[in-house]
Design a protein around this ligand. Sequence first.
Ligand SMILES: Nc1ncnc2c1ncn2[C@@H]1O[C@H](COP(=O)(O)OP(=O)(O)OP(=O)(O)O)[C@@H](O)[C@H]1O
Ligand code: SF4
Ligand SMILES: [Mg+2]
Length: 343
Amino acid sequence: MTDTDEAAPAGRGQEAAPLLEVRDLRVEFRTRDGVAQAVNGVSYRVAAGQTLAVLGESGSGKSVTAQAVMGILDSPPGFVTGGEVLFQGRDLLTLGREERRKVRGAKMAMIFQDALSSLNPVLSVGAQLGEMFQVHEGMSRKEARGRSIDLMERVGIPAARARVNDYPHQFSGGMRQRIMIAMALALAPDLIIADEPTTALDVTVQAQVMDLLAELQREYRMGLILITHDLGVVADVADTIAVMYAGRIVETAPVHRLYKAPAHPYTRGLLESIPRLDHKGRELYAIKGLPPNLTAIPPGCPFNPRCPLARDICVTDRPPLYDVGPGRTSACHFWKETLDGAR
Ligand SMILES: Nc1ncnc2c1ncn2[C@@H]1O[C@H](COP(=O)(O)OP(=O)(O)OP(=O)(O)O)[C@@H](O)[C@H]1O
Ligand code: SF4
Ligand SMILES: [Mg+2]
C-alpha cells in the first residue's frame, strides 16, 4: 500500500470526466412468476485506462447491468425502469436503436464467456474479423485479411497467417477466447465489458488470457469492466472493485484496500471463501444460505438473513451506500465495525 493509492483511489487512469458513468440504474424482468427486481439502483464509474471488476454470486445482477449498459438487454421480459448510462457524456438510454447500435459497434465491445456460441461456426475466423474491417472501415478484402492476421498475431495465435482460414471449432478454448478478444478489439473501442471471459477455460489458460486482456487494456488505454465471481482473478488486474448483491452495489473500493480490509460482511464472506496457499489445510469458509428471491427482496438489508453481524436495525432499515473512506463505499449499517474487525 502506498500513498499514491490514497491520492488516486479510483485507479491509475482516473480522469476528471469518466468514460462511463452509470447512475442509479434499475432493471426489472416481468415474467409470469412476478416482477424480478434484477438491478436496483446501481451506480459506477469507469475512466479511460481503468479496470473496474464487478463481483458477486450468481444472480446478483452483474450481467444484466452490463447488458443494459451495452443496450443488449433481453427485452421483453427485461426493462430498464430508471437511471442513466452516460458514455462520453451522452446518456445512451435516450438514444434511438440505430444510434445505439453505432456506439456499440465502434466504441464499446463485449467479450462473453462462451466463444463457441458467440462466434459464427460456419465462417472462418479470418472472414469474421475481416468483415468488421470491411463493413466499419471500408477496407478491401485483401487489406482486411492483412489486418485480421495482424490482430490474430497480437492476441497470441500461433501461425496466424496459416490459420486465418480455420473455423472456430478448429481452435482450442483458450485460442477461441483470444479470437473473441481480437473481435472486440478490432475497431479500437474505448470501453470493453468482459463478462466472465475466462470461466470456461482451464486454470492455466485462464491466467494467460487474463494477462493478455490486461496488457491490451493498458496498451490501448481502454476502460475495462471485468465481470467475475472469482475474487482470486481480479487482484492483479483491477483498479477498483464493485461488489454486487441482489441487484445492488454493496461495496466499492480500490482493489488492494478491499483485500486488506473489507467494509461489508458480504465481501468479507467472499474473501474468506477464496482458497489461499498460506491457509492450506484450513477448511474453506462458505457464506451460508442463498441470495433472496428477486421478486420478493426482504425489507431492511437484503443480506440480513445470511449475515453473521445482523442486528434488529438490519431487518427494518435498508442501509444506504455510506462513504467509508477515500474512493470507498459500503451499504452496511455496521461498516465501521466490519472495517475495524478486518484490520
Ligand atoms: N432473460 C431473463 N428472464 C428473466 N429473468 C432474468 C433474465 N435474465 C436475468 N434475469 C434475472 O436477473 C437476475 C440477475 O441475472 P444476471 O444474469 O445479471 O446474474 P449474474 O450476476 O450475471 O449471475 P452469474 O454469475 O450467474 O452470471 C437473475 O437472477 C434473474 O432473476
Ligand atoms: S446492514 Fe446488517 S445485515 Fe446488512 S451487511 Fe450490515 S450488519 Fe449485515
Ligand atoms: Mg452473469
